[in-house]
Design a protein around this ligand. Structure first.
Ligand code: PNS
Length: 159
């Protein structure tokens, strides 16, 4: 059983994340989308909301499940008997941060590998922060986020 963990803040999950999840689920028997608590980052959506939205957005995807985690990523990955951490790489702007994170995780848990996936070019520029900014300004979101997230953002900003 080849199991991989795809961690992130997912604030909120976007079509770019879903593209990575789909690609990963073709290579692994199970992909666990691991939603980090990260309340220190003052997320727009609560941890529970981010888990719920990721669960709804991936509901039709076989081999994919969603869980929340708090604390060290490598501890969570080990606790699920997974050997791989998945991350998406967009442009070079991601590289420094991802390189640092992957090497830190390797130092902490040498048996785990980080595997990077490239999203479809149409999502190269896409990020959760861009989606939040667009939503705040009342922009059209359907090309960037799944329908459950579009609805949740509309509710958030109509208050
Ligand atoms: O979507 P993000 O915010 O870029 O995801 C970053 C995340 C959550 C994967 C990373 O911050 C993380 O793994 N946090 C858990 C704490 C941890 O293990 N830190 C050491 C990794 S360098």
């Amino acid at each position: 059983m080849k199991r991989a963990v795809y961690p992130g803040s997912f604030d909120p999950i976007t079509l770019g994340h879903l593209d990575i999840i789909e690609r990963a689920s073709r290579l692994f028997d199970e992909v666990i989308v691991a939603v980090a608590r990260r309340e220190e980052k003052n997320p727009l959506f609560s941890w529970e909301e981010r888990i719920e939205l990721a669960g709804q957005a991936t509901a039709g995807m076989e081999r994919v499940k969603v869980e929340g985690f708090d604390g060290l990523l490598v501890d969570f990955v080990r606790s699920r008997n997974a050997g791989t951490i998945i991350r998406g790489l967009r442009a070079v702007m991601d590289f420094d941060y991802e390189f640092q994170m992957a090497l830190t995780n390797r130092k902490l848990a040498g048996e785990l590998e980080t595997v990077f996936f490239l999203p479809s070019e149409k999502y190269f520029y896409l990020s959760s922060s861009l989606v939040r900014e667009l939503a705040r300004a009342g922009g059209e979101l359907s090309c960037f986020a799944p329908p459950v997230v579009v609805e949740a953002l509309k509710r958030k900003f109509s208050r």
